[in-house]
Design a protein around this ligand. Structure first.
Ligand SMILES: Cc1ncc(COP(=O)(O)O)c(C=O)c1O
Length: 511
């Protein structure tokens, strides 16, 4: 059982603005040891300063004197009790080496729940489940589950309660915000708003864009980043990364008024990495801002919003081994301060009388109602666990497995991997392919029912991109002739899982 060490003494009465003030006993905390290796919170943002509602400059918070500083506790909390003796994907103990300047802790890669899940296959046999569907939703990390379990006994309301449990839960919630901020390498003054998921985060930002903002978006985007915008310019899938930068450059140059470039960091279809630093640079040169959809990036690569000079990022907990219903939008405060509250209700409002006064701070302004506290705690625990393991070890293991998978697929006649920018372009652990003679649905069903393998089939909520890659028009969600199969990996994936998929596909193509 995880232990729950709380405070040395009963904390003082919280107020809405200091509800996160309880100082937990930091002597017992994995969190403090696993301090995120991102730039220190005191690090200042890049050269971008100043900002305006017009959206012509890239930064920072406007409305001096109107915005209250958002407080979050800077101390670690004692709710972890996790410190799982982790296992490598192959069951061995792997420690992460520190990359140059990374300052990463070195811990074993943690285990995931359900690694021993048995599933039925044809004939009634049970086999160990080969989960190759991480890009849809990743399994829960053990330290995440432990953090949630540890937080549950004191679970209570946040931000409003005077009771001890309420103060503790509030402190944990605000500590989660702090942890997620550090994980993303966000600037000290960036807003960190908990949402339901990435889709919720992009929609929240869409509702806060200055009047008349034009969004520039590639047809390769997931629908969560393609669809929420009132006014957008859609760009065709670029033939190579430099073409993406050139096309964005040209499109942004032609737009007057506020503009936002929206781009994914890692494709949910091909896994390919996009040149987000170069795109951020181009956006800023045109006085635009950039939103990066990092849903498929953060489970696989270290994100540093500050170093990449991004204005906004969005990602989901359930793809980051924290399936408790929370996501996040991180970024510059001014548009979020000026935008309509995402939900209207308690928590977002400062006073209600003849007129209603909303909070200026983006966090309370856009988190009306009781937030998903456990989701936020889970998300932060995943951030901590990945950081503590170290990205070098995580990336190394993933690249080994994905190389095994891709070279195996390439050797099977009739299997065709989908790619926008070619075989050698860097990618995360996501591979989509078609199998000659079978629809994607047929392949996925056979893999499940005969081999106990879970993959995704369909268009992956990226209809225009699939249409481009397959050269077929889109007949909608149920048109499985214009679909593909996607295998995606992460912590807990083993050589045996990959080999089972390859063997199944070899059998299928030689039937
Ligand atoms: C790149 C990308 N963006 C956004 C989303 C939407 O994520 P969610 O369903 O968590 O909102 C996904 C989900 O698959 C995705 O892959």
């Amino acid at each position: 059982m995880p232990t729950l060490t709380i405070f040395n003494s009963v904390p003082s009465q919280p107020t809405p603005s200091n509800a996160a003030s309880p100082q937990p006993d930091s002597s017992h905390t994995d969190r403090s040891q696993a301090a995120p290796s991102q730039p220190p919170l005191s690090q200042t943002a890049s050269s971008q300063t100043g900002s305006s509602k017009a959206g012509s400059s890239q930064t920072g918070s406007s409305k001096a004197g109107r915005s209250r500083p958002h407080r979050s506790p800077q101390t670690g909390l004692s709710q972890t009790g996790s410190s799982q003796a982790g296992r490598s994907p192959a069951g061995a103990s792997v420690t992460g080496a520190s990359p140059a300047g990374g300052g990463e802790a070195e811990r074993p890669i943690p285990a995931v729940l359900g690694a021993d899940l048995q599933v039925p296959v044809k004939g009634g046999r049970l086999v160990g489940y080969a989960n190759l569907d991480y890009a849809a939703s990743a399994p829960c990390l053990e330290p995440v589950s432990a953090a949630v379990t540890a937080a549950l006994p004191a679970y209570s309301s946040v931000h409003r309660g005077a009771g001890y449990a309420s103060q503790l839960t509030t402190a944990r919630y605000e500590q989660a915000r702090h942890t997620v901020r550090a994980f993303a390498g966000a600037r000290p003054d960036d807003a960190v708003i908990f949402t339901r998921n990435t889709t919720d985060a992009t929609n929240l930002l869409a509702g806060c864009l200055p009047e008349g903002t034009t969004t520039v978006v590639f047809d390769t985007e997931h629908h969560a980043s393609l669809l929420p915008w009132k006014k957008s310019v859609r760009l065709a899938p670029p033939a190579f990364p430099g073409e993406a930068v050139r096309a964005a450059d040209q499109a942004l140059a032609a737009i007057d008024g506020p503009k936002l470039l929206v781009v994914t960091a890692a494709s949910n279809v091909t896994g390919e990495l996009w040149p987000i630093a170069a795109l951020a640079h181009i956006a800023h040169r045109h006085g635009a801002r950039i939103l990066v959809d990092a849903a498929q990036y953060v489970p696989h690569r270290r994100l540093n919003l500050t170093a990449l000079d991004l204005d906004y990022v969005a990602f989901s907990g359930h793809k980051l081994y924290a399936p408790f219903g929370a996501g996040v939008l991180i970024g510059r405060r001014d548009w979020l301060t000026d935008g309509e509250p995402y939900l209207k209700g308690g928590g977002a409002v400062r006073s209600v009388g003849d007129t209603t006064e909303w909070h200026d701070d983006p966090e309370p302004r856009h988190e009306a109602g009781t937030p998903n506290v456990l989701g936020a705690i889970a998300l932060a625990a995943a951030c901590d666990a990945l950081t503590a393991t170290g990205w070098t070890a995580l990336v190394h293991e993933e690249e080994r497995l994905i190389a095994r998978l891709r070279s195996g697929l390439a050797a099977i006649e009739g299997v065709h991997e989908l790619s926008l920018w070619g075989d050698d372009h860097p990618r995360v652990g996501i591979v989509s392919f078609t199998v000659s003679g079978y629809t994607a649905r047929e392949v996925a069903e056979i893999l499940s029912s005969e081999y106990g393998i879970g993959v995704r089939d369909g268009k992956f909520c990226a209809h225009p991109f699939l249409q481009h890659l397959l050269g077929k028009s889109d007949g909608g969600c149920d048109d499985d002739t214009a679909s593909a199969v996607r295998a995606s990996i992460g912590i807990g994936t083993t050589d045996a899982h990959v080999d089972r998929l390859l063997e199944a596909l070899r059998n299928l193509t030689t039937r």
